[in-house]
Design a protein. Structure first.
Length: 122
């Protein structure tokens, strides 16, 4: 969906929806009534553009998280082996294990989903 189908006011409302934590705050920032924002959200073009923009923001945030993975793992590894406090070492080890289990679970789920999708296409 292209932002070109939105009016200038709708584009302003869209931008406000992306930066404000509530509809009320977004309406104030965009200088429109809350009722208007709700009406726009019911419009397929507006809702689709909002979802597209939100997905782009989430993708950018995910990219930043991925960039810090090595440093985060290095920090946990250093804490597990080098921290003076037993509590800190235990917590770092616990977080390491929890993250390993989460990754394993996500990987397994992804594989199962791919297999189900392949089977459904047969």
């Amino acid at each position: 969906m292209s932002e070109n189908v939105l009016t200038p006011k709708q584009k302003k409302g869209l931008a406000a929806m992306l930066t404000c934590s509530t509809i009320t705050a977004a309406a104030l920032q965009a200088r429109v009534a809350e009722k208007t924002l709700y009406r726009w959200l019911a419009m397929p073009e507006f809702a689709a553009e909002l979802r597209t923009k939100q997905a782009s923001i989430i993708d950018a945030a995910a990219g930043r998280l991925v960039q810090g993975l090595t440093q985060a793992l290095d920090t946990l590894a250093d804490l597990m082996t080098g921290a003076e406090s037993e509590t800190v070492r235990r917590q770092a080890a616990s977080e390491w294990l929890a993250n390993c289990l989460k990754i394993r679970e996500q990987t397994d789920l992804e594989k199962r989903l791919i297999e189900l999708e392949k089977a459904a296409k047969l």
